[in-house]
Design a protein around this ligand. Structure first.
Ligand code: TV1
Ligand code: CA
Ligand code: ZN
Length: 393
């Protein structure tokens, strides 16, 4: 489309490695790297690449991964035999120790390549923000927020977000991490528990013992041990099933607006997990593409450099819709694109409904009951505002 042009006054970059999309977690596994292909094809069908700098990124090196992860973990990740091969009899306990090879984090073919490509794209995006070559850098293949220093967790093996933020901390004093994936961003939160240079904020479905990972309660604001500068710098927004666009937008703006005033971040890292959308195979919320995208638009209006990561998202057609729409917001062409999915878009039939913005009825038939009361949401905002009194500004 010829009406899609570069935004005036700032640069947007798109970071991807198409080799990543060819990997498979297994037939029935919810994580489908192919959703990145569907996203890119929709972004391209709208002509958006003309308005951005497009980088075909290299895989992260072992040394780069070591800036967060332990070497024994990385070594095992690089050498563990794939599931369909004989078990590694020399290392019987390592799969357990590193949480590798279960149903959530299978040892599939090319696993190490897949992980280092995801990390490579996110680190490239962070470097372009550091160098001021980009104002908004997009890495949809990243956002793997559960991975720990020495442990895989919840479909995540390498924490590309932590690696990206560590890059940003080389050139910016304060990073605000925001996570709108339906799951708690536990790995990122934990990595920065002891620093006041990173504030982490996760919005998520919270129901311990029932919904993964079970952490991220309202009162979990970072270890309050003596002299921990990171205390009060972890913010959690625990939510119930069925939250709507209207509620989520007002909550997001109330919380992020206030955090912006108090913490005054120099850069934003936004994880845009699309499993918070209605109709997600694993999610529980009633968010639409518009409400999810409104979070990106709000952050963009703060006028601070921003890195945008992907994350969860298990109904590929909805993932592609949300991330293509959010790419359009980044380049400021959201009002110029036709909501009808272009006739020439590859895999157009996958979208079922030919619009970028299907209604809740189209997505779900019957919407999920909303279990979030206004009273509870107000309490949450109140609690967050109280936390911010402890944050220097
Ligand atoms: C193989 C095949 C694996 C089918 C996993 C849903 C499957 C799940 C599968 C699944 C599934 C989870 C747990 C329970 C921890 C386990 C990318 C005690 C139909 C960022 C990760 C969710 C979310 C992990 C990742 C969760 C992200 N839910 N079918 N597994 N054990 N794991 O509950 O935040 O989106 O579900
Ligand atoms: Ca989250
Ligand atoms: Zn998730």
């Amino acid at each position: 489309e010829s009406n899609i042009v570069r935004p005036k006054g700032y640069t947007v970059s798109y970071h991807a490695n198409p080799e990543m999309e060819k990997h498979h977690f297994g037939q029935t596994h919810p994580m489908k790297p192919w959703r990145l292909t569907l996203t890119k094809s929709l972004v391209s069908a709208y002509g958006m690449p003309f308005a951005m700098d497009n980088y075909n990124t290299r895989a992260a090196t072992y040394e780069e991964l070591k800036s967060f992860h332990a070497s024994d973990y990385l070594d095992y990740l690089a050498t563990a035999p794939p599931e369909d091969q004989p078990r590694d009899i020399d290392n019987p306990d390592k799969e357990v120790k590193f949480n590798l090879g279960g149903s959530d984090c299978p040892l599939f073919h090319g696993l190490y390549d897949y992980c280092s490509m995801s990390a490579g794209s996110s680190m490239d995006a962070a470097r372009k923000i550091c160098n001021k070559q980009s104002d908004i850098a997009i890495a949809w293949s990243g956002g793997l927020h559960h991975a720990k220093r020495s442990e895989a967790s919840g479909f995540c093996y390498i924490n590309d977000i932590v690696l990206g933020i560590l890059q940003l901390l080389r050139c910016y004093p304060r990073v605000l991490y925001i996570d709108i994936d339906v799951h708690h961003g536990d790995g990122v939160e934990e990595a920065f528990f002891s620093t006041d240079r990173v504030m982490t904020v996760s919005f998520h479905k919270y129901q311990p013992e029932v919904f993964f990972p079970g952490t991220g309660g309202l009162d979990d604001n970072g270890p309050k041990s003596e002299h921990n500068p990171g205390a009060h710098h972890a913010i959690n927004v625990p939510l119930n099933d069925g939250i709507t666009d209207e509620q989520y937008e007002s909550l997001f703006q109330g919380i992020i607006g206030k955090i912006n005033e108090h913490f005054r971040p120099s850069v934003i890292a936004l994880q845009c997990g699309a499993d918070s959308l209605a109709g997600d195979r694993l999610g529980r919320f009633n968010l639409q593409v518009q409400g999810h995208g409104a979070c990106v638009a709000f952050c963009k209006r703060l006028g601070i450099p921003m890195i945008i990561f992907g994350g969860g998202g298990y109904t590929p057609r909805n993932v592609a819709r949300a991330w293509a729409y959010e790419t359009s917001i980044a380049i400021d062409c959201q009002d110029k694109i036709d909501p009808i999915i272009p006739q020439h878009a590859p895999w157009r039939e996958h979208f079922i409904h030919e619009t970028l913005f299907p209604t809740l009825e189209q997505i779900l038939g019957e919407p999920r009951a909303n279990r979030n009361t206004q009273k509870r949401l107000q309490e949450i905002v109140q609690h967050v505002h109280e936390q911010l009194r402890f944050v220097a500004h």
